[in-house]
Design a protein around this ligand. Sequence first.
Ligand code: GLY
Length: 301
Amino acid sequence: MKPTIIVHGGAWNIPDGLVEAHLKGCEAAAEKGYDEFVRGESAVQAVVEAVAVMEDDPVFDAGIGSVLNQSGQVELDAIVMEGGSLMSWAVAALQHMKNPVRIARKVLEDTSVSLFAGDGALRFAVEKGFEPCTEQDLLVGHQLEDYREFLRTGVLRTREFFEGGCDTVGACAADTEGRVASATSTGGIPRKPAGRVGDSPLVGCGAYADDVAGAASATGWGEKIMAVLLAKTAIDALKLHGDPAEACREAVMVMKSRVNGLGGIIMVDSKGTVGYHHNTPRMAFGFIEGRTGSRKIAIGV
Ligand code: GLY
């Protein structure tokens, strides 16, 4: 059996003009994750490096290209989870760093803490040798324009953003021994209040991984995802049905029917079969599935 990786570049109404950039970004991320496996690295390393590729790509709302909060700041959330130990490591409301997912991974290696937030997260990152960056380094033009419009109008438009535009990134991987991992990273919702933390860095919400079943990464409206623990709900459904595609569909249906949420989820089971589902107009994703040799980079509609 060969390893499997699946990535997503966010569930939202990706405009036609951005489709190509999303496909390219997902392909680059899936290939990077797969390369890590080929070099003999772990599922954790594969998901971290796949997500870091998308954090570096300004087309996605994660790392460079993240949205601004109501105070004109970029605050980043990220998580990494390992399915063997059931340990997760995360950072929340982290400022002035380009790759929060790599910092989350450092939490894994260096402390007995699971989640660092705010100034403490930044201090931890600097102590571990990560180079701080300026707000300007993380900004791309259209996010600044959106912030200026918010200052003019004071309107939040949260539902509209998920029907319209917002994109967390994530990855799930299974190695040849059935060890799984997942990672998720985001700049959060445009126009969020300073200090607002969404689902992405919360275990069971933005990501979950359990070698007994599989790994999942979520994208979409954070408060709704948190209400139904979307990633854990998907893994529980996988334990019940054994089919990743069905498990993803069921989890998104629970979110829709219980809290009228919008979003999507990707998954890999510990045998290396992928699943994905979303109820937003589009979701960007890509996978290289070792068991079947199938490979797909697509915008799901
Ligand atoms: N899912 C990203 C967020 O709501 O922050």
